[in-house]
Design a binder for this molecule. Structure first.
Ligand code: NAD
Length: 418
């Protein structure tokens, strides 16, 4: 496998988008560089009394369209480069969703499964103290990502509010309902992926009930997305997580698998159903299905795995699951990629709705929330589709073109170039 640099990957697509739009380097050079990159050291007293120092990151990529916005992940492989790429993807994504945010991302290099709940809470709070001068409801608004959840968001809101001397729920989204969260937010990314597939089906004259699917990743995004698509008739024949992949050619009972995973630490380990067997994770990517739903991590479809893919469509729930090389290969083979920056935009659009409710203090019903989400996802898809058709490019390139145009327009109108 060639050395993978997600930020370089992002830049190459951005440059191609600019070229198609006939933009000069001068017009968009600022988007190629993050506005602010923060690295912090986070010392924690572990339960046994020894001190450990963790590295944390927060990157604000671009704020031309509004406050920086993007999740925080806790992962042993989190580093500056990964967080930088994820932050840039948020700039692109927020522009596609047409919400008033720039892009950011954060992370701590840690395996949270090795920490006790108290250690996890101390780590989260200390991270907030380190980055507090740079975040805020109108400055930079974090959210959950890999291995972070509503509880962690509640600790972030609490720590930040303690420092400000007043309750500031809008500093972070993805909070539990008891602390200013929104109905619908927990499911928003998965629901948005279902809407993306629905929008693609309506353009292609395809029916969800006739599609088969394999799913890599059964966490927040993968499990909710699969469950909703299953309810719309998609036959899901494989789902996999870090512990292995469940295969059932007759179709997995996703309702049962969802309930099992949620009551077993979000893992499918030990789950059984009639007609199913466990297969190695690498086999899941090779299955003969219509849709391969990627919902784990970046860099999964690369030059070591791409040739084996038999799916017609890749649905990117995860951020960056397809490398540049694999993307070009799929385009050449006629395998359609519904890219992360469009397909999973429901997560951040849903976060925006939570933030709006926090700011106004008026809370919506779940139906109101889901209706607005559906409308936004339809509009985002249509906007990207129009460019795809006009310029005869892939969904990914069209999405970047749309985003780049919107970010550059905002930057030019504000005129805040130095
Ligand atoms: P999560 O931690 O809830 O779930 C990740 C899942 O991937 C788990 O089931 C894990 O077991 C599985 N996994 C990890 N490594 C794997 C491997 N090598 N093979 C197979 N499975 C593996 O995380 P999440 O919040 O669902 O996020 C998943 C992806 O979606 C990430 O790329 C994230 O950036 C992206 N995303 C998340 C949101 C959100 O709202 N949570 C929004 C947009 C995008």
């Amino acid at each position: 496998m060639s050395k993978y640099n997600p930020y370089e990957n992002m830049l190459h697509v951005l440059d191609r988008a600019a070229e198609k739009l006939q933009m000069q380097t001068n017009d968009y050079e600022f988007v190629r560089h993050p506005e602010r990159e923060l690295t912090v050291s986070i010392p924690i007293m572990m339960d046994d009394g020894h001190v450990e120092v963790f590295s944390g990151y927060r990157v604000q990529h671009n704020t031309a369209r509004g406050a920086a916005k993007g999740g925080i992940r806790f992962h042993p492989q989190a580093d500056e480069n990964e967080v930088k790429a994820l932050a840039a993807w948020m700039t692109i994504k927020n522009a596609i969703g047409n919400i008033p945010y720039g892009g950011a991302k954060g992370g701590i290099k840690v395996d949270p499964s090795k920490l006790s709940p108290r250690e996890l809470q101390r780590l989260t709070r200390m991270y907030v103290r380190r980055i507090a001068p740079f975040i805020g409801p109108d400055q930079d608004v974090p959210a959950p990502d890999v291995n972070t959840n509503g509880q962690i968001m509640a600790w972030i809101a609490d720590e930040y509010s303690a420092m400000r001397g007043q309750w500031e729920p809008g500093v972070v989204t993805g909070k539990p309902l008891t602390t200013g969260g929104s109905l619908g937010r927990n499911e928003a990314t998965g629901r948005g992926l279902m809407f993306t597939l629905e929008n693609w089906c309506s353009k292609q004259n395809e029916q969800m009930e006739k599609l088969t699917m394999a799913v890599q990743g059964f966490g927040n995004v993968g499990s909710v997305g699969s469950l909703l698509m299953h309810r719309h008739g998609v036959r899901i024949i494989a789902i996999g997580d870090i512990d292995g992949s469940l295969y059932n050619p007759g179709g997995i009972d996703v309702e049962a698998a969802y309930i099992y995973a949620n009551s077993h630490g979000r893992s499918l380990k030990g789950y059984e159903e009639k007609g199913s067997s466990f297969i190695p994770n690498t086999e899941l990517l090779k299955l003969d299905v219509d849709i391969l739903f990627m919902a784990a991590l970046e860099n999964q479809l690369h030059n070591g795995t791409m040739q084996e893919v038999k799916a017609r469509v890749i649905l990117e729930g995860a951020n960056g699951p397809t490398t540049e090389e694999a993307d070009a290969y799929f385009a050449e083979k006629g395998i359609e990629v519904l890219p992360d920056v469009l397909a999973n935009v429901g997560g951040v659009v849903g976060s925006y709705y939570e933030w709006v409710q926090n700011k106004t203090g008026y809370y919506w019903t779940e139906n109101e929330y889901n209706d607005k989400l559906q409308k936004n996802m339809k509009q985002s898809f249509e906007d990207v589709y129009a460019i795809k058709e006009k310029y005869h490019v892939t969904y990914r390139l069209a999405a970047y073109m749309l985003a780049l145009k919107r970010v550059v327009e905002a930057q030019n109108t504000r005129g805040f170039l130095g």
